[in-house]
Ligand binder design. Sequence first.
Ligand code: SF4
Length: 381
Amino acid sequence: MFHGESGEFLALAHTITRHGSVLDLLNPAPLSREQAYRLIGCRDDEVPSLLDAAVRAKERFKPEIITYSRKVFIPLTNLCRDYCGYCIFRRDPGEPGAHTMTPDEVLEVARAGEKLGCTEALFSLGDNYLEAMCELVLRETSLLPHPNPGLLSAEWISRLAAVSPSMGLMLESTSESLLQAGAAHDNAPDKVPSKRLRTIEEAGKQGVPFTTGLLIGIGETPEDRVDTLLAIRELHRRYGHIQEVIVQNFRVKPDIPMHDRPEPSRGEMLRCVAVARLLMPEVNIQAPPNLSAPYYDELLDAGINDWGGVSPLTPDFINPEKPWPHLDQLKSRTEAKGYSLRQRLPVYPEFLNRVIGKAGLLADRTKAVADEEGYAQVTVQ
Ligand code: SF4
């Protein structure tokens, strides 16, 4: 149980989860920054109560189901001008392993995914070429593109929104300290928080269903995690377009500049997921199962309602040493916690009308793969 001051915040969390709607949370009495700071720093013996409050909030929002998106990951190019301290994916032009996929390679992966019942083609990076490849996949297959290309101008958001029902950009962290010499983003101009917030805001102005999230364990404090979540919540309050918040944990690798940094503990991850849920009780909260294996089902105890994109075909190119779980294992472990697992599209059901309301190829393709509740039509078990 919580005691003393922390007890007040748990009581508040219970009040929110018992009576709350998004309006109750955001206005007039949202969980405050100070309250969230206290919850994310709670003692070990207080964690079960925090998790209990988070699961109650999740169950009010999306009772009894956990979703995932069956996807292929299309790493269109690994050329990147940033040098994040935790990245093994990026390459410079001419460096061994540098590669930009041809249209035939893109289609080959997408068609193989189609046969396995995938409904999402996750793209990363790609600049101008990305738009053409999203359009190709949309036209030639039944997969829906979900681009994750980094900073975007208003014009690029608009162009990509014509060929993809949703898109994403991880905010990662609002902490400016990560830009300092030797820190995770000291040579990553695209990771300046104000620039990323601007892209997410522009997507909001255009009403694009948007996925974002934070990366924990890259040198930020627990309070920074709360600040990042609050920045996302504020953008969602203003524009209503955040369809999903990912809580991703840093995993160390031997060949990265941050190879000697500690990974966030399970306790830190669970606290952060639970506080994300309590700060945004009616937003989809996701955590990748492969980055918490073998204990990933514990994330269900902290209030997530989604596993994110899971591929039966392609590796996680960003964390290739962490394979996604087999879908039958994901299903059985989700069911063992009392939930049913349901396949969703890259755009969540509550945002589907934004896409199918418009005329054209994107709307037609999206309608063709959605079931009557807005989830994915399941073609392969
Ligand atoms: S994490 Fe993304 S932005 Fe950073 S270096 Fe790697 S590919 Fe580039």
